[in-house]
Structure formats: structure tokens, C-alpha cells
Design a protein around this ligand. Structure first.
Ligand code: GLU
Length: 304
């Protein structure tokens, strides 16, 4: 496949969509990002990398981090993870409280906020220093050291995270949060505020396209069956309550975040990351979704 030509034509066809959508503003520090930016990085399973635009500009990965904390929880606890969090799409907004009440404190899946907070709680229990372990994990799967969590963003989230606090206390009332709410949320905001660029994210997601192993080092991160499960969850739950739409129009497992990033993969073919801060009404990057739809259409590589 002639990826440079395909990417150039994607860039061209994205033109009419520039300026559509709005930057997330419920986290004030995120609203400060300049909205009209776009980057893409595609890594093939043979290690070649093809890119467009601002592919090395760091951005707040937000909910994409939930995939990495899930992987760490699976490494620590294996099947026990699924006793405290489910594997069904929620069909509700990512920060919804109602579902949590009628399902008695067991979040639908690890990618809605309540689920990710339970995962954060598991890691706080399992790891002596979860923040350091998280950064170390990210370094080991990307082979890069140059990224960190943005303290201002984490602080801004903390100051405005009333819903997340409500959810965490709610989880505690059902016995599904073992540590102190503040400690768990401190770690949760830390991992959401991690900054990475498209190139680093594509590298990180290559693990899920490469049988659970780091491409460059061969290090095993997940077993084959665990990799299948994480990919399945991304496919069914990775895009808020637009996971069906993403599957329909793009057809790849992936995960989005309110910072405007999306990372996705095609098993054995490629991993890809896009970033553009303007979001549609469901919270997914407008240009990012369109770029990936064009990518799977033009390459013929969707998993369906
Ligand atoms: N840290 C964000 C929150 O808790 C994550 C949102 C997202 O990217 O979906 O609201």
C-alpha cells in the first residue's frame, strides 16, 4: 500500500471538516488549547511510520489513558478485574450516575469514568507508587521517556470534578472502592492528564496490534487472550456512547479522549493515532473520526 499517497488524499478530503465541533470546556485548562490543530501518526507492523501535520505535538490523552491503566490492572490481577467492573457498552454518557445506582455500584465497563475510577482504585491497592509505575509502564511500551502528566490539567480536573467525586463516593457506598476517594482520584486525574503526541500513542497502541508484545523489544505485555479482550472492549466501549457509530464508520478497535485524541489499531497491520481538539456532541474528535473513516475506506483495512 502506498501510505504517503493515501495520507495526502485524506488530508485533502478533511478540508471541509476543519472548524467543525468544539473544544471540551468542562475542564477549564483543556479549553485553553488552540482548537485548529491536526496530527496523525500511523505505524505499520513492520515498524515503518507515516505521519501528517502536528504528529509530534503533545496533547492531553485523557480517556485514552484508561486503556493503559486497564492493561496494568490485568497484569496485576488477571481475571479478578472482572469481578468489580463489567464488559458491556453503557449506552449512556461517560460520566452518567444513574446506571451506577441501578446496577449496584458495578460500572458497566472500564472505560466509562466510574469503571476507570475502580481500575485506578485497584492500582492504588496493588502498587506502592502508582504514578511512577504508570509512567514507567508508558515508557516501557513506547520506548520513549519524554512525556509526563500535566499538573495544571490534573489540578483543573480536580477543582471541577464534582461528578467524578460523586461517582467515587457512590462506588464507596457499594463497597467497590477500597481506598480513600481523594487518593484514588488523585491518581485518576494524574493518568488522564498524561501528555503524549500521536507518534508515541501509535507506538503504545502497536502492542494491541502485535499479539500483546512491544514491537521493538519483543517484551510481552499481555497474553493473546488478554489482548483479544482489551481490543474487544475498545471496539464495543471505546467511544463513549458513539462506539456503535465508530464501529460502523471506521471499523477498528480504538479509544478516544476529550483532549481530541483517538488511538486505534488493525491487528497485525498497523496502529494509528490522530489528534484534533474540536469534538462532536458525543465527545469524539471531528477530524480524528473522519480521518480514520477515510483511512479504513482507502486502505480496505477494517477488522470487518
Ligand atoms: N479526565 C476526564 C474526566 O474525568 C476524562 C474524560 C474523557 O476523556 O472522557 O472527565
Amino acid at each position: 500500500l502506498d501510505y504517503p499517497t493515501i495520507l495526502a488524499s485524506i488530508q485533502e478530503e478533511l478540508r471541509p471538516f476543519w472548524g467543525q465541533g468544539k473544544v471540551a470546556d468542562y475542564i477549564p485548562e483543556l479549553a485553553r488549547v488552540s482548537p485548529d490543530q491536526f496530527g496523525l501518526s500511523l505505524e505499520c507492523s513492520d515498524g515503518r511510520i507515516f505521519e501528517l501535520g502536528a504528529s509530534t505535538t503533545p496533547f492531553s490523552i485523557q480517556s485514552i489513558s484508561k486503556v493503559f491503566t486497564l492493561v496494568m490492572a490485568i497484569q496485576c490481577l488477571s481475571e479478578k478485574v472482572w469481578t468489580r467492573v463489567g464488559v458491556e457498552p453503557s449506552g449512556n454518557p461517560f460520566n452518567s450516575l444513574v446506571q451506577l445506582e441501578y446496577e449496584e455500584g458495578v460500572p458497566r465497563n472500564p472505560f466509562i469514568n466510574a469503571g476507570a475510577i475502580v481500575i485506578a482504585d485497584m492500582l492504588v491497592s496493588e502498587l506502592g507508587a502508582p504514578k511512577e509505575a504508570f509512567l514507567q509502564f508508558m515508557r516501557s511500551i513506547t520506548g520513549e521517556v519524554g512525556f509526563s502528566s500535566n499538573e495544571k490539567v490534573a489540578q483543573s480536573e480536580k477543582e471541577h470534578g464534582f461528578r467524578n467525586s460523586a461517582m467515587a463516593y457512590f462506588l464507596k457506598s457499594y463497597g467497590n472502592l477500597k481506598n480513600e476517594v481523594e487518593v484514588v482520584l488523585d491518581f485518576y486525574y494524574f493518568h488522564c492528564a498524561l501528555e503524549m503526541n500521536c507518534r508515541q500513542l501509535a507506538k503504545a497502541f502497536m502492542v494491541f496490534a502485535n499479539h500483546g508484545c512491544v514491537l521493538q523489544t519483543g517484551e510481552k505485555v499481555l497474553s493473546l487472550s488478554q489482548t483479544k479482550r482489551v481490543n474487544a472492549l475498545m471496539q464495543t466501549c471505546g467511544f463513549y456512547d458513539e462506539s456503535g457509530e465508530f464501529t460502523f464508520s471506521v471499523g477498528l478497535p480504538g479509544k478516544s479522549g476529550v483532549g481530541g485524541g483517538i488511538a486505534a489499531l488493525h491487528p497485525q497491520e498497523f496502529s494509528v493515532s490522530v489528534w484534533s481538539p474540536r469534538l462532536n456532541k458525543k465527545g469524539n474528535s471531528v477530524l480524528g473520526m473522519k480521518a480514520l473513516e477515510l483511512l479504513t475506506t482507502k486502505t480496505g483495512f477494517s477488522i470487518f
